[in-house]
Design a binder for this molecule. Structure first.
Ligand code: HXC
Length: 517
């Protein structure tokens, strides 16, 4: 009897060791030489110490028709759950040392198992991608397995936060799982994502382009908008994921964790009274305002290198997570263009899905004019942002800092699309358009006929500015709930958030709306 027991334990020990060995020491060394951590090392850095509970370490790969003799225990992906600052998360981490982290049937079943559990218990899913894609030896079984993951990504969307870390290759149809998730982190120089790689590009378009240029972290963080965050290495990436998780609720049924940063709710900032330049054509940095109002000046910016004319990100007010959407006058005068509309629209929808109050800081001269934007679909893209703000039922507060012109004023979370509270600074200019454009339209004939057209234009601009380029007309109509002293912005926002805490909205019955995608 005793002999039997020890044999069983030895079997378990042997199987566990085989699973831990993964692709063997040579491949582990090769992984480290590339500056990449091993799948398990990544999990250890991501989770609180000693909290990882692994599933399916002994699940074997299926093998395949082509040279599929060897099977691997664990099948190239480590899956399970653990905690981040005490809150449960589910994780899968692909192991490049096993068949290049390629996705076979067993590998995918392991991922699906943790995704299903995450939705059941209401906890975030964090995926670490480092894979050569569909396992060639498993053919259609591998392809079908991707479909199973995509299906779960979509079912989990808006139910639990989904975060992807791209820490190696991610190519072909495999890119569509991360791209459905809420946030994509990419590690500089060691990760890439593309639907078709450089060699196919060369064959089809005769263009020479490196993997890095085509689908590296920088390309996706600045050009395509696929990556929300880029980080220099694996260690910093996992630290940033922990930071992000701290702002988010575990699921759409829960509230965000409260973190008291010991920043007084009645703290004012007199410097804000002088933030907006007297000359309204001059730029300033909206980040100064953002940092001033948030608890501890802490702000986690999303998509910081993409569509920099709008700023999106998470911060805290009175300990509570808020989502900020702010025009950035320091970049393209803060105009709304295609990319900015897409970026902010998606961010707003994330916040709404996960009960995160939205605050917009408005200084917007309008939508970007020109054939590039029109033909690129500014009508469709602008409509996304309009739709996203309008359908959001979380607490919505808007602060008009300076320009709020035309359609862009309406779109940026105005009272007219039912934001809950709309505040304005005395420097706000709420009008159909800027003074120059307006004077040129209204007084075109007089200006053309004048002896000194420039002088008359300036005079008419001044008249227009005095009549319209201020918040007081809108305040008289009740479209602005209060014109506030800039220094008191934080105080007003915290009080207003407290008031809106119990907000409930009954939406009309429907399957789902039809956002112009
Ligand atoms: C099976 C794979 C594999 C794959 C890599 N390997 N990709 N095995 N299926 N898809 C294996 C290699 O045979 C090798 O095994 C080990 O992983 C490491 O690969 P290397 O090529 O030595 O590494 P490296 O030089 O770093 O190159 C990595 C790579 C390259 C760029 C990812 O391996 C590659 O191009 N792989 C094929 C990528 C691909 O075309 N995948 C299909 C994409 S389409 P050994 O035993 O030598 O260690 C797709 C469709 C999804 O994924 C559809 C969803 C709907």
């Amino acid at each position: 009897m005793k002999l039997q027991e020890s044999t069983t334990l030895q079997t378990l020990e042997r199987l566990r060791a085989e699973s831990l060995d993964a692709g063997g020491p040579a491949r582990r060394e090769a992984q480290h030489k590339k500056g990449k951590l091993m799948a398990r090392e990544r999990i250890d850095l991501l989770l609180d110490e000693n909290t990882f509970e692994e599933f399916d370490a002994l699940k074997a790969s299926r093998g395949g028709a082509l040279g599929g003799g060897k099977t691997y225990l664990g099948d190239g992906v480590i899956t399970g759950h653990g905690s981040i600052d005490g809150r449960e998360v589910f994780v899968f981490s692909e192991d490049f040392t096993v068949l290049g982290g390629s996705l076979g049937e067993a590998h995918a079943q392991k991922i699906c198992k943790v995704m299903d559990l995450a939705v059941k218990v209401g906890a975030p899913i964090i995926g670490i991608n480092d894979s050569g894609g569909a396992r060639i030896q498993e053919g259609v079984d591998a392809l079908g397995s991707y479909g199973e993951i995509f299906h779960r990504n979509v079912r989990a969307s808006g139910v639990v936060p989904q975060i992807s870390c791209i820490m190696g290759p991610c190519a072909g149809g495999a890119v569509y799982s991360p791209s459905i998730t809420d946030f994509v982190f990419m590690v500089e120089d060691s990760s890439y994502m593309f639907v078709t790689g450089p060699s196919v590009v060369k064959t089809v378009t005769h263009q020479d382009i490196s993997a890095e240029e085509l689908g590296g972290a920088s390309a996706h963080a600045t050009k395509s908008g696929v990556a929300h965050f880029t980080v220099p290495n694996d260690i910093l990436c996992l630290r940033e994921v922990r930071r992000l998780i701290n702002y988010l609720p575990s699921s759409n049924r829960q509230r965000c964790p409260i973190h008291d940063l010991s920043d007084a709710a009645n703290r004012t900032d007199p410097a804000l009274d002088y933030l907006v330049p007297r000359d309204s054509s001059q730029a300033y940095d909206m980040r100064v305002l953002i940092r001033s109002i948030l608890d501890g000046a802490e702000f986690m910016e999303v998509h910081s290198g993409f569509a920099r004319n709008i700023i999106c990100g998470f911060g805290r007010l009175g300990g509570q997570t808020v989502g900020l959407v702010a025009n950035q006058p320091a970049v393209l005068a803060g105009v709304l263009d295609n990319d900015a509309s897409f970026k902010a629209g998606r961010f707003v929808r994330f916040c709404d899905a996960f009960n995160i109050p939205l605050i917009s800081l408005v200084d917007v001269p309008g939508f970007m004019p020109g054939p590039d934007q029109e033909h690129g679909g500014i009508i469709r893209h602008g409509a996304k942002l309009l739709y996203a703000f309008t359908e959001a039922t979380v607490p919505r507060i808007s602060v008009i800092v300076r320009k709020a012109y035309g359609g862009a004023y309406i779109v940026m979370n105005s009272k007219h699309i039912h934001c809950d509270v709309n505040l304005a600074w005395p420097t706000a200019e709420i009008a159909v358009m800027g003074p120059k454009g307006a004077a040129e339209v209204i007084y075109r004939k007089e200006i053309q006929a004048a002896e000194n057209p420039e002088e008359l234009l300036n005079q008419k601009m001044e008249e227009y500015r005095a009549a319209f380029a201020n918040p007081f007309l809108a305040a008289k109509r009740g479209y602005i709930d209060d014109v506030i002293f800039p220094r008191d912005t934080r105080v007003h926002l915290i009080r207003t958030l407290q008031m809106l805490d119990s907000k409930r909205v009954d939406a009309p019955a429907r399957k789902h709306g039809n956002i112009p995608l």
